[in-house]
Design a protein around this ligand. Sequence first.
Ligand code: 5AD
Ligand code: SF4
Length: 459
Amino acid sequence: MTDSTTPRKRLLVRTWGCQMNVYDSARMVDVLAPLGYAPTENAEEADMVILNTCHIREKATEKVFSDLGRLREAKQARGGDMVIAVAGCVAQAEGAEITARAPWVDIVLGPQSYHRLPEMVARASRAAGAVIDTEFPPEDKFDHLPETTTKQGVTAFLTVQEGCDKFCSFCVVPYTRGSEYSRPAEAVIAEARHLVSLGAREITLLGQNVNAWHGEGPDGRPWTLGRLLRALAETPGLARLRYTTSHPRDMDDDLIAAHADTPAIMPFLHLPVQSGSDRILKMMNRGHTADEYRRLVDRLRAARPDLALSTDIIAGHPGESDADHAATMALIRDIGFAQAFSFKYSARPGTPAATMVGPVAESLKDARLAEIQALLRDQQAAFNRTRAGMVAQVLVTGAGRHPGQMAGRTPWLNPVHFDGPAHLAGQVVPVTILAGHPNSLSGVLAPSVANHTRERPAA
Ligand code: 5AD
Ligand code: SF4
């Protein structure tokens, strides 16, 4: 615990990559708080800097090394009085390279070691070289991480599952995050209650393969994600549930049914498909065909007709021909995504795809990605336009950019702006959508709420 005698120290955490890293960064802040570290945004005043890194594509990795170059100067300017830590998946995969290329780094720690940070900080102050911990320790880090005490925003993340056993040919995650691990249902339910007590109204369950989550429920029976979501939906004060990222192969019947029978589960699903070509899907080791994905989407839409879908697409996986690319374009047209992420294939050392024959020329990857992104942009804009005229239930997340304006999100994850009083933050209110823009919506409070708020006495 900190007390008045504990010197205040400043901690800067920089986060790259997925939402799980965002969650992990918050937990590292929690772990270091008892040592007297308070967050800062400013590298010059930081006593400690943690780079929480992403290894998924080459670009993300290179950014870490350029950031480390800048931090070296900041550390020198403080006469060496700065602890620099590299965490996350680059640390896991390239620990030795980091200490060789950037000997001014004090701590290198993998994603399973965050609970050991205080001990590593103490060791770093005594050690001559870097303190490294990138083992996958047998004990469960979740059992050792303190509960967060930070006030939550209206929306919060909760990691329920980590690691991946799917071994898609292009992906480093099974190597950096290790094999699949599910947190026990009771721990997840307790953390959800805790997050709600700190202000969260919407919780997004996180996992590299979140719908592969499984574990023993409080009733002693084996639970899968559908059952867990139904139990979490009972959390008093919790309005909304989401989960990400899912694998098509793990969308079981019960989870699909949960979308139909559990109103707290929002009608938005991120379901990566990666390619629309059966040949490439096979090379990617995805374990399903393009038509199996189409049929899965049909079943999801039958269960929840207003479901909006998001996906990930990779352009230019080794061996991808013009016909394969055309099949991807056709699948995107068939499904109609509300949102999507698309990437140029990036060879990751140690993955099977990196040594596959038929690498696609960079210029061709660029051209295919541009075509994919133009189509996805059109689909997103079209989806947003279809929201105009609807009265959407909007979870108000806070103040908007302009005075008197509030911001929130629809069930389909669209950001929305509308004029309204500040006390609506944290509430779900009906908003008449007036216009769908490329990346957001704008609207006005629907009459019932507008009247209600006028009737409230001035604060
Ligand atoms: N190259 C390009 N994109 C990749 N992804 C994962 N690995 C690679 C890679 N080597 C993408 C996938 C995944 C998302 C998180 O990142 O689309 O779903
Ligand atoms: Fe990577 Fe495939 Fe696992 Fe997703 S399912 S994390 S793409 S290996």
